[in-house]
Design a protein around this ligand. Structure first.
Ligand SMILES: [Zn+2]
Length: 347
């Protein structure tokens, strides 16, 4: 393998995608993950004179079932009381999760689970979040997970072969990543995520040299375990593998912090609740204010700072300001600890 002595911002756009790789980095490299450990005991297709609408993953013992990707739980059936019983439902205990890729809906279904599911309808789940345990409830001949994928949402005959989703071949056909791709559970030592926006090289550090591994593809996700300034600045994606910090090619996020039901931005300091109609002002480079519009009661705005100019005004971002008028607005802020953590994030 060719060794490169120093960082070169080399992006290869030709057909080197098939390079074999020894990468063992903990990489969330497919959008959908295998929802349980175990072997595939049955695939999608005709079986016993009808369509087997999913794949079966079988294993013995206590086997967690995970959300294959981030989404919202839309159905939970937990009515089959025993691990092995005659529960009338074919699927036994099951969960359905709806995934929204900027408007493109995909449902995943997890069947034959043990009683005592971990999730409820309406709950947001991150990729890899535990839903419950593998079981054999319903019409099942042994402990396994029955897993289905339904593009467009579950309806009769809507199931397709899950394998292209699980092995990543479908990833490029999903218009965008889930909006909350950086909202998942952190692994031990993990500090954030990288999303690939344009093809970029994956490097391995061997001694003080960089070894080219392969090109990472658009929309792939990688877990990040650190950052240093070597070779122009690189993110550690595990197992001595690195991605160079090129803002035009990658997007780094180190966590999703939610406050007041929306993401808390890194430089945000708090929020304004509008109690009575009040003016929104735009401030130009010379500090001159121009009336923009009226903010209405019930609205909420992020706050990025405060200035004592003009009698005291809150910076609500984008050059816009709201005057501190008692009774018209309420300013609130999260705990100092929350702010410290939010401001340490790097975007
Ligand atoms: Zn099955």
């Amino acid at each position: 393998m060719k060794k490169i002595k120093y960082f070169v911002c080399l992006v290869i756009l030709t057909s080197v995608f098939n390079f074999n790789t020894s990468m063992k980095a903990e990489a969330a490299s497919t959008i959908f993950m295998k929802p349980a450990e175990g072997g595939y005991s049955s695939f999608y297709g005709p079986r016993w004179g009808r369509l087997h609408a999913g794949v079966d993953i079988a294993a013995n013992g206590i086997v967690p079932i995970y959300a294959s990707t981030a989404g919202t739980v839309t159905k939970v059936f937990d009515g089959c009381a025993n691990v092995s019983n005659e529960c009338s439902s074919t699927l036994g205990n099951y969960v359905i999760i709806r995934h929204n890729f900027n408007g493109k809906i995909i449902d995943t279904l997890y069947g034959h689970m043990r009683p005592g599911l971990n999730v409820a309808v309406g709950q947001s789940v991150s990729k890899g979040q535990q839903l419950g345990l593998m079981g054999t409830t319903g019409s099942s001949t042994g402990q396994h997970l029955h897993f289905e994928v339904h593009p467009g949402g579950r309806a009769s005959n809507s199931a397709v072969d899950p394998m292209p989703f699980l092995n990543g071949t479908m990833d490029s056909q999903l218009p965008t990543l889930p909006i909350d791709w950086h909202k998942g559970t952190l692994n031990v030592g993990q500090v954030g995520w990288i999303k690939i926006d344009q093809p970029i090289n994956l490097w391995k550090r061997v001694g003080d040299e960089l070894e080219y591994v392969r090109v990472l593809k658009e929309n792939e996700l990688y877990r990040v375990y650190g950052y240093d300034n070597l070779y122009g600045g690189q993110y550690n994606v595990g197992d001595n593998h690195y991605i160079t910090k090129m803002d035009t090619h990658i997007e780094y996020r180190n966590g999703y912090m939610e406050w007041r039901g929306i993401e808390f931005n890194r430089n945000q300091v708090g929020g304004l609740d509008i109690l009575k109609p009040i003016n929104l002002w735009k401030k130009d480079a010379n500090g001159k204010l121009t009336y923009e519009r009226i903010l209405n009661p019930g609205e909420f705005y992020r706050v990025y700072g405060y200035s004592s100019d003009n009698g005291g005004q809150y910076d609500v971002g984008g050059g816009y300001w709201v005057t501190n008028m008692s009774g018209y607005i309420t300013y609130s802020t999260p705990s100092k600890d929350f702010l410290d953590r939010a401001q340490k994030r790097i975007y």
